[in-house]
Design a protein around this ligand. Sequence first.
Ligand SMILES: CCCCCCCCCCC/C=C/C(=O)SCCNC(=O)CCNC(=O)[C@H](O)C(C)(C)COP(=O)(O)OP(=O)(O)OC[C@H]1O[C@@H](n2cnc3c(N)ncnc32)[C@H](O)[C@@H]1OP(=O)(O)O
Ligand SMILES: NC(=O)C1=CN([C@@H]2O[C@H](COP(=O)(O)OP(=O)(O)OC[C@H]3O[C@@H](n4cnc5c(N)ncnc54)[C@H](OP(=O)(O)O)[C@@H]3O)[C@@H](O)[C@H]2O)C=CC1
Length: 284
Amino acid sequence: MTDAPAFGLSDTDLAAHNTVFASDALKGRVAVISGGGGGIGRAIAWLYARLGASVVVTGRKPEKIDPLIEALRAAGHTASGETLDIRDRAQVDGFWARQWADKGGADILVNSAGGQFPQAAIDFSPKGWNAVIDTNLNGTWNMMQAAALKWREFEHPGSIVNIVVVTTHGLYGVAHSMAARAGVISLSQSVAVEWAPYNIRTNCIAPGAIETEGWNVYSPAARAAYPKTNPMMRVGTAWDIAEASAFLSAASGNFITGEVLTVDGGGQHWGETWTTGKPDYFDV
Ligand SMILES: CCCCCCCCCCC/C=C/C(=O)SCCNC(=O)CCNC(=O)[C@H](O)C(C)(C)COP(=O)(O)OP(=O)(O)OC[C@H]1O[C@@H](n2cnc3c(N)ncnc32)[C@H](O)[C@@H]1OP(=O)(O)O
Ligand SMILES: NC(=O)C1=CN([C@@H]2O[C@H](COP(=O)(O)OP(=O)(O)OC[C@H]3O[C@@H](n4cnc5c(N)ncnc54)[C@H](OP(=O)(O)O)[C@@H]3O)[C@@H](O)[C@H]2O)C=CC1
């Protein structure tokens, strides 16, 4: 069991956390969760499994996904997974081919794989820029298109949720990621229209500061300021995002597509986020 992470919720927490949803809200559905071994992806996997879905978790590192699958199965849920780098289109296509040929297809895709490193934009190297764009924009697109091609081929409805970042104003120190996430949002809105005839819904969730192990790449000083990035003056949990995602994936989201659901404690309306620390210049 992947218990006691440095930040965020453990499997024990996620197995027992209260939910507003009925226990059969996702009964019989198959949900693929990229980045399923990460903080938010793991919460989504637990909630979807607890709501009756068969979950398929993917990520690059087996040491993150294998213990999760084991913990889900030990709790009586249906779970499987594969290592998969979303940046590698051949791997992505192979995964979706196997999913439909041998594993009963899929109804839901949640793209929670993603991330970035904090650095002043002026200092980005070409390699660093490309790593973040390739992961968050190209990788997300690889998963979206590969899933949609199968849904079109099998005339099967589908639902996509992309976990992005709030882009209504800058998030300082991660400009590469902001560029990629704005791309994913616009892409999702465009294909929501193009793919409606195939019965495929595409939505995004924009989280505020959510305490997860992904926070390891930020300095203690930057992390200490996250509760003050929104008017609620606290950070969110991965469960907050999981419940928002379930809302969009379950029947409650049946008439919702092309939407961005912001779950940030009001941070888009008040607050600023410096992932690299706030320069003295702005302390006025
Ligand atoms: C509008 C206001 C609303 C309020 C919202 C508030 C929100 C606040 C929330 C806080 C901010 C967001 C938090 C999160 O998203 S946390 C969860 C996400 N998880 C992560 O980010 C995980 C950590 N990141 C990574 O794993 C990687 O960055 C990445 C995902 C991109 C993986 O890529 P890759 O595996 O290719 O990366 P590499 O490590 O091989 O590096 C490739 C090159 O990238 C450059 N690089 C990498 N790290 C750094 C660094 N720390 N500093 C500078 N450059 C870096 C570098 O060129 C690497 O190449 P080299 O290794 O050859 O040098
Ligand atoms: N936590 C927060 O405050 C916020 C998070 N977000 C976004 O939400 C999403 C989930 O974040 P969170 O769970 O906190 O972060 P985590 O770092 O805990 O999880 C992200 C997961 O993505 C996987 N991943 C990264 N690159 C790839 C890749 N190329 N192929 C496959 N999997 C990959 C990683 O797994 P592995 O290492 O095994 O590949 C990792 O477990 C991310 O996009 C994040 O940027 C947005 C706003 C705020």
